[in-house]
Design a binder for this molecule. Sequence first.
Ligand code: 13P
Ligand code: SF4
Length: 330
Amino acid sequence: MHIEVAEKNLDKVGFLDLKVDPSLDLFDEIEKLKKEKNMVLLAHYYQEPDIQDVADYIGDSLGLAQFAKKTSADMIVFAGVHFMAETAKILNPDKKVLLPDLKAGCSLADSAPADLFKKFKEQHPDHIVISYINCTAQIKALSDIICTSSNAEKIINSLPADQKIIFAPDKNLGGYLNRKTGRNMVLWNGACMVHEIFSLEKITKLKIRHPEAKFIAHPECEEPLLRIADFIGSTTALLNYTIKDDSKSYIVATETGILHQMQKENPGKTFIPAPPDNNCACNDCPHMKLNTLEKLYLCMKYELPEILMSKELIEKSRIPIERMLDISAT
Ligand code: 13P
Ligand code: SF4
């Protein structure tokens, strides 16, 4: 269902005006609701620390999709953004999938409107389409294979070297993958507002002030930043790197939510969020941060907002996701 229509429906039933009783212990209440309703709570690393702490599974986009595929819970509560909850719904068409705030979108997904992308695809009839999971279900339905930043290289390398490819929607990740794989994929001109805004100048100064710190970055960042990185990877790969690597401090160029798990896993180490090119010291995704513990509680209690999709869209968008999961499993 169109998000604006779904929002209006929530407004009509008074859901958007609900308030949480401040005397409630929301951690306890959420645990009770999970058990009562056989709900599983999935959270992305960019969620606020309280939500990560109450989740049953925290992961990157690939881990979350893999977990969603195998869960036996009756309902999935997704603390993340819309395309992630949509992916869980596509993989579980018969289950209720809930997202605490329907407006939790994604600038990267928004940068690829389906009508324009369809025309772009028609201009490259001999290309196959690999789309980054950060896109709408409509774009997924127009794609041949989905990938995440964890498995993109593997997916590209699984195709013959002379296969022509369109990569959408992230031009930064696409450019990084072209350089890594030696391909010349045609790139859709989309980007993530969070990863594009890091300041090379401020990071360079930070590196001078902390010469011992490793600089680690997500591949959604722009090329000049990636060029000076000691390690590049998905959120899970960045987290694992900080666990295995023996440095004591890191400058981290991705959304700040990941620092919570980095700090938990590495109590003796220091993590410095890479500064963006504005007046803030760290970089939050405004979409991810729309979810709060209060909204999460209301969502679980009233089983709203729910992700609703047509059967046809679910069927079409499921094929390239299943292809990704199959290639990832090999
Ligand atoms: P991963 O967690 O898959 O690295 O994705 C990062 C991201 O931007 C999610 O919105
Ligand atoms: Fe989208 Fe970027 Fe936010 Fe991830 S961090 S949800 S890619 S806007």
